[in-house]
Each structure stands twice: as structure tokens, then as C-alpha cells.
Design a protein around this ligand. Structure first.
Ligand code: ASP
Length: 329
């Protein structure tokens, strides 16, 4: 027994030494960094990830490749990263779902507070309430009337339980006191395609996905979910949901960067340093602003503050979700 314990300790020390050695050379010249996006390609999280991958390449000194592992409201992709080797070569970009999934799922195969290293927050993104282009309503008042007349027949898309669109849809149904049939997708890229095609009626999605479709008039936009109107040209005329009569309706999505728990501290620092440079990249900032997103400049860029912020969001949304009584098994 003693011998086995000794062997285990030696193996653990060797693994730690190997990781430590890698930490100094990180990132190795012949290795790519995989940035896991837990939703489908072409959607809002994917768009942020692809822009970020580009902005990280130079300061990190490595090729950053986006890999979509979609499904179950981002929990499948998050589980993949939680289980990955903690060497800095597999990272996760995820949104507010990190803070809603602990309350939405009775059992998660990982712990959000304990199974990740927090690398820093990336941006804040408003959401928009949008509808199929042929919906017979042109403003929030008319939409509310249409919702009342069509109770029991309304389809609301989302990207699965734990997605931002799910959270926003949940808050919206509670606010209008009308239950809708939710149609889950693996991301809001396919959901918006179905919305444009008229297969679903409503969707609440990030401006990073909806701005170009609103501009092209492929969908009808009704309101923004932030407490203030936006300044982005294509979105500046949209009222807030609160000013449309849905009091206290406010949700802003954020994206953060994560590594598996146990990633060496030196690697975490290298990635965080690169992230800080990426978030000051004028190209990245311009792209994000054009899509209604605001790049983080406050203390949430620091790993410890990012973790504190996510815990506060877990507490905030957990209470709201529990009160709404929505769970997955
Ligand atoms: N916007 C999606 C959501 O509802 C996710 C995505 O496809 O990026 O969370």
C-alpha cells in the first residue's frame, strides 16, 4: 500500500514537473491553441470567438483555432474543456450560460466554480427581441397585441437550456405572462435561419448575430434588453423592453475565457497578458462595436475579478431561475 502511494506521488510529481516545464515554453511553436465554442458556427458566440482568436494570435504567439462543440445550451462544450489536459492548449469561450447552467441543470458533469481557471472577461453584449419578417406587428405595442391573440400558438427559438436566448426567452415569457413553445437549436445561427424562413415566430438573441439581419430587414426587431437604448446606428431606434412596459426587464450578455482547472499559473498569466493586448486591438474593438458589443476595460479582465463576477452572476440568475421553476434533468 505504502509502495503504491509512493508510486502515485512520484507519478503526480512527474506530471506536475512536465506541466511546469511546458509552462515556461508555452506556447510551443509546433502547437495550436484550440478555442472551444460551445455553440454552432456562424452564431454570436462563434463570431466573438473568431474575432478574438485573430486578435490573440500575435500577443499569444500561437495559432488559435476555433472548434465548435455545440449542444445542450453550451454544457457539452464546457464539459469538453473541463475534462481537457490543463496545458493551455484547450480553452473555452462561453457567455452568461456559465452562470445560469448551475441553476438550470440538476446534474452537471462539472462544477463551474471549481473546474475552470478563469482567464478574464472579454465583452458585454446586448440582446434584441426579433421576429419573423412577416409577423403582423411593427412595434412593441402591436407585438404585445399579437402575442395576446395568439396564445398557445407561438414558437420561440433558443439555443438550448442554458443559452442566453433561453434566459432572455424565459424572462420575456414571465414578463408578458404568456407561455410559448420553445424550439431548441444548437446555437442561434440555425435559429435565426428558421426565423427568417418563418418556421419560428420569435427569438431573443445577441446583437452580434442580429445587427446585420436587422440592417438587411431580414427579421423584424422590436426592442433591446438593456436598460438604455444603444448607440449602434442600426439599433439606435429600438426601444428598451423596460420602456415598452416590461418593467425590470434587463439582461446583458457577457463572454469570458476559461481553461481547465490545474492549468499552470504561468500559463494562465501568459494567456491573460495576451488577452489584455487583444482587448486593446483597435481592429477587434471596431468589429465588436459595429455589432453592438462593448469590449471589457474594467477590472473583470483580471482572472480573480472574472471569477468573482461569475459567482455574483450565478447567485443573481440562480435566484431568478429558481423562482421561475425551470430545470433540465
Ligand atoms: N446566442 C446563442 C445563445 O442563445 C448562442 C450562440 O449560438 O452563440 O446563447
Amino acid at each position: 500500500m505504502k509502495k503504491m502511494l509512493k508510486l502515485a506521488l512520484v507519478a503526480a510529481a512527474a506530471a506536475a514537473a512536465a506541466l511546469g516545464a511546458h509552462a515556461q515554453d508555452y506556447p510551443a511553436k509546433d502547437k495550436v491553441v484550440t478555442l472551444v465554442v460551445p455553440f454552432t458556427a456562424g452564431g454570436p458566440t462563434d463570431r466573438v470567438a473568431r474575432d478574438l482568436a485573430e486578435a490573440l494570435r500575435k500577443p499569444l504567439g500561437a495559432n488559435v483555432v476555433v472548434d465548435n462543440t455545440a449542444g445542450a445550451g453550451s454544457t457539452i462544450g464546457a464539459a469538453r474543456v473541463a475534462r481537457a489536459t490543463p496545458d493551455g492548449y484547450t480553452l473555452l469561450l462561453n457567455h452568461i450560460g456559465m452562470s445560469t447552467m448551475p441553476a438550470l441543470y440538476r446534474k452537471l458533469p462539472f462544477s463551474v466554480p471549481n473546474d475552470f481557471e478563469y482567464l478574464g472577461l472579454v465583452n458585454d453584449v446586448p440582446m434584441t427581441l426579433i421576429a419573423r419578417p412577416n409577423i403582423p406587428a411593427n412595434n412593441m405595442k402591436e407585438l404585445m397585441g399579437w402575442i395576446t391573440q395568439n396564445k398557445g400558438k407561438i414558437n420561440l427559438g433558443n439555443a438550448g437550456l442554458g443559452a442566453a436566448s433561453h434566459l432572455c426567452g424565459l424572462l420575456f415569457q414571465n414578463a408578458v405572462k404568456v407561455e410559448m413553445t420553445t424550439v431548441p437549436y444548437k446555437g442561434t445561427a440555425p435559429a435565426i435561419t428558421d426565423l427568417i424562413g418563418g418556421q419560428i415566430d420569435l427569438l431573443c438573441d445577441q446583437t452580434t448575430n442580429t445587427t446585420s439581419q436587422i440592417e438587411a430587414k431580414k427579421v423584424k426587431a422590436f426592442a433591446v434588453t438593456t436598460s438604455k437604448r444603444l448607440t449602434t446606428p442600426a439599433l439606435k431606434d429600438l426601444p428598451t423592453l423596460a420602456e415598452s412596459g416590461l418593467k425590470n426587464f434587463e439582461v446583458t450578455i457577457w463572454h469570458g475565457l476559461y481553461a481547465p482547472k490545474g492549468t499552470p499559473a504561468a500559463v494562465v498569466t501568459k494567456i491573460n497578458d495576451a488577452l489584455k493586448v487583444a482587448l486593446k486591438d483597435p481592429d477587434f474593438i471596431k468589429k465588436q462595436e459595429g455589432l453592438g458589443a462593448v469590449v471589457v476595460t474594467d477590472k473583470r479582465i483580471e482572472p480573480a475579478e472574472h471569477k468573482k463576477f461569475v459567482q455574483a452572476e450565478i447567485d443573481k440568475w440562480g435566484a431568478i431561475i429558481k423562482a421561475a421553476g425551470t430545470y433540465a434533468d
